[in-house]
Write a protein that binds this ligand. Structure first.
Ligand code: ASP
Length: 420
């Protein structure tokens, strides 16, 4: 049994959906569990619906949702004349909600609205596959993946989910070789929809791969495989054929957009290899990620823009030790912020964080009772694994370095091009 994951770019047009069907068909006779994301930029579009709804602009929310609806019905009609029976139920679920007034927090509504992207794409693709004689079963993953109610970043209930996989998915494979379901979403024990964080479909696939003891997981992308840098930023980015779990979890942790950071653990725990392959060139083997250590890697570069360097200095010259640092950690957790890099000084703490203005302001305000807070905006965080002096010089040239940390394998620099 293999697990496949197709992302939004692989299904953003009639041609690409047909291409996905061709790839699936080339695995005739094999058992495949297929996780699919929302089409193209639909998750972004649904986020704007959620925003409008939460600002109590019902008409705008409905208007925006009708555009999403039209995009899906239009595409479904172009693929086949067979009606997609699930679509109306999925549309109605959201439309009902949009007629209400928001009385709960934003994250809750976000999940109830945004989750429909994956439900719609999978229903349409499952229907198309059936129409071209690729027998398959469509599953609403919210009946399988149980989470807590930490909306927008829900945590998996591993025991319950494993039980459901055993009860529902395993027997289904006795009658169907292909199961189609959604990435990114789950549900609470009260049947409220939840999401696992943006780009979470890779993680959904890994959950199933782990629980089904899959022989492999394949993520089908629009690039050859994993590169040593983002090819959109670095034109000489190199393709890497093999990588270890350890290397990839580090890359994802530092912000490389290759794979959702939570994907590796469930695969590593069961020794399941992860393939990253190109849906535009399915003959190519792509990158294989496994437990095998890989030596002689090129420098691996991750550049994160939109960073803020925050300096928290104690108000009365107290040392910034455990007690104060602990309080700061609590404030970070309460505001759902994570320091991408931090450093302690005698009476101050430096933290580099993603620039999410509303969260930064809240954190700064809450911390101002304990610290003098200084904020440096418009920073970049450069991480290079397997660095050499030449690459550091090249990538930091002309920049002011605000904070630098170096281990034997990794160097991280917070830098800015702005003068004080
Ligand atoms: N559709 C979701 C997103 O765009 C999840 C995913 O694609 O993995 O973030």
């Amino acid at each position: 049994m293999k697990v496949f994951k197709f992302g939004g770019a692989s299904i953003n047009s009639v041609e690409r959906i047909k291409n996905v069907a061709k790839i699936i068909d080339s695995y005739k006779g094999e058992k495949l569990l297929i996780i699919i994301s929302a089409m193209g930029k639909i998750t972004n579009a649904l986020e704007t619906v959620a925003d409008a709804f939460y600002s109590s602009d019902k008409d705008e929310a409905l208007q925006l949702f009708y555009q999403v609806k039209d995009a899906h019905t239009g595409l479904a009609g172009q693929l086949t004349n067979e009606p997609v029976s699930e679509l109306n139920d999925i549309f109605t679920e959201v439309e009902w909600l949009l007629h209400d007034k928001p009385v709960r927090n934003y994250d809750y509504y976000y999940d109830q609205i945004v989750c429909c992207g994956e439900l719609l794409s999978t229903a349409i693709i499952s229907n198309y596959l059936a129409a071209v004689d690729i027998k398959n079963r469509w599953i609403d993953v919210r009946d399988i993946i149980r989470t807590d109610d930490n909306f927008r970043d829900a945590n998996i209930d591993w025991n319950y989910t494993q039980q459901k996989v055993k009860e529902v998915i395993v027997p289904l494979f006795e009658t169907s070789n292909i199961i189609i379901t959604q990435g990114f979403i789950g549900a609470t024990d009260e049947n409220e929809s939840t999401t696992l964080g943006r780009e979470g479909s890779d993680f959904s696939a890994a959950i199933f791969a782990n629980m089904l003891d899959a022989e492999s997981q394949t993520i089908w992308k629009d690039v050859e495989g994993v590169m040593n840098a983002d090819p959109k930023l670095f034109e000489d980015a190199q393709f890497i054929k093999t990588l270890s779990y350890a290397e990839v979890i580090e890359m994802a942790y530092y912000g490389a957009q290759v794979i959702h950071p939570k994907t590796i653990k469930p695969l590593q725990n069961k020794g399941i290899p992860l393939h990253v392959r190109c849906f535009l060139n399915p003959e190519s083997t792509g990158t294989i990620i496994s437990k095998q250590a890989v030596y002689d890697l090129p420098p691996i570069i991750v550049l994160k823009n939109k960073q803020v360097l925050m300096q928290f200095s104690s108000l009365d010259y107290s040392f910034a030790e455990e007690a104060l640092a602990g309080k700061l950690n609590e404030l970070f957790a309460e505001n759902k912020l994570r320091a991408n890099l931090s450093q302690n000084g005698a009476i101050s703490l430096l933290c580099c964080v993603d620039d999410i203005p509303a969260k930064i302001e809240k954190l700064a305000l809450a911390a101002s009772h304990l610290f003098d807070v200084q904020i440096e905006k418009s920073c970049e965080l450069l991480t290079i694994r397997h660095y050499n002096e030449e690459i550091i010089d090249k990538l930091t040239a002309g920049r002011i370095q605000l904070l630098l940390q170096k281990t034997r394998q990794t160097i991280q620099v917070v830098m800015t091009s702005e003068n004080f």
